[in-house]
Design a protein around this ligand. Structure first.
Ligand SMILES: [Fe+2]
Ligand SMILES: [Fe+2]
Length: 211
């Protein structure tokens, strides 16, 4: 797994235009905007980690019969909560405050694309793919920060997050393919990628949020 993550991180540097299948790279102005709003971006980042941990707990609660999912997601809860604490420590060190959680437009718009009234398998597939997509986009954003920020310490800080999220992206796809036929997963994943491209295109570029 470690090798896979390192390998992915290397691949990421080479293919900035096509990270993890994402169809639209982040607007280059975003890093510059984020850089001047560090308190907001760290606050938003902290809540992204909190939501990742909370969602993994909820996925375990809803799928206790799926042994592999329970086994694989349990440590991810700890890891995501560890990320939350790392961001919190960074805020404290800089004398910045954890602000309030904002309305998450990106995630809400993604949720709208989930199949309503599908079979339990279809709903499960969408749950795995929405997680994979959020991890992939987070990974891409962290990569932008790790490359585009001025401060070397912050570049390195975000590089570590980028590597973690690349591993999580892979895990959610792997879990989907463990429980559902690969071809079905790939077809739906292509639909999600196309939807996310449109969503990113329609969103205003704002430096106070990760997505
Ligand atoms: Fe994370
Ligand atoms: Fe993650």
């Amino acid at each position: 797994m470690r090798f896979l993550i390192l390998h992915m991180a290397e691949t990421l540097s080479e293919h900035t235009r096509n990270i993890l299948g994402l169809q639209l790279p982040t607007d280059p102005r975003w890093v510059n905007l984020a850089e001047i709003q560090l308190e907001e971006i760290l606050t938003d980042h902290a809540y992204c980690e909190q939501k990742a941990a909370t969602t993994c707990i909820s996925l375990i609660q809803k799928n206790p019969e799926k042994d592999l999912l329970v086994e694989e997601l349990s440590p991810i809860v700890t890891e995501e909560w560890g990320h939350f604490r790392m961001v919190l420590a960074e805020l404290k060190k800089r004398n910045l405050k954890l602000g309030r959680q904002r309305k998450d437009v990106y995630v809400n718009k993604l949720l709208e694309f989930q199949r309503k009234g599908g079979s339990p398998t279809e709903r499960f597939l969408d749950q795995m793919l929405i997680m994979a997509l959020i991890e992939a986009r987070s990974c891409e954003r962290f990569k932008r920060l790790s490359e585009g920020l001025e401060d070397d310490y912050m570049k390195n800080f975000y590089r570590k997050f980028m590597e973690s999220e690349a591993g999580h992206y892979t895990l959610f796809i792997t879990l989907a393919e463990h429980y559902i036929e690969k071809k079905t997963v790939r077809q739906r994943w292509a639909e999600w990628l196309a939807y996310e491209k449109e969503l990113m295109n329609s969103q205003e570029v704002r430096g106070d949020r990760i997505h």
